[in-house]
Design a protein around this ligand. Sequence first.
Ligand code: ATP
Length: 199
Amino acid sequence: MLVIGLTGGIGTGKTTVSNEFAALGITIVDADIAARHVVEPGSPVFSKIIARYGNTLALSDGSLDRKKLREIIFTNADEKRWLESLTHPAIRQILFNQLAQATSPYAILAAPLLLETKLDQSVNRVLVVDAPENQQIARATQRDGSSAEHIQAIIRQQIDRAQRLQSADDIVDNSGSLESTHNQIQKLHQYYLTLSNEY
Ligand code: ATP
């Protein structure tokens, strides 16, 4: 089956774009959802994380304190590597299982870190949602109430815009109106439907 990897920096409009494809009946497999699923209490990944960092990483309802975990790995490259070597294979397994069950003519694998985690090697085409950094910051701060500095720090941790665009087979330019984005998606959808006949 034709699988399109959908990615983009923080606040570029990935969710806005994937919601439109979903409305067209396309199966969306979401790496963020899978990433949350693998650390649910009782899962092998959850148990290994608690064994390494202790019970202080569990919230009062028993779930993982993902914020605290993010803070640990934000400043410690070794811990980041350890965590990723544990979570990434588990996440991939979920994603590939879900893609295998997709029923639409093609499927979308939505992953903010598609390129950083090399998931692009497992898709047929890479679709990048693009917007300039000032818009990323304005939209993301307005949406979550985070500071511009916080969003900038996340942008610096992600692959840079030029490199991301270089890896793209297709691009949605989401710097304009929602209507312009909608029109681009309609065209891409027709293109992907045609391409899907070859898979
Ligand atoms: P994140 O990486 O943080 O999950 P995202 O890439 O999924 O973000 P969205 O959540 O789709 O981005 O968009 C960020 C915010 O910008 C949302 O509030 C969304 O409604 C708004 N937005 C997206 N596209 C546009 C647009 N073309 N014009 C105006 N606002 C937009």
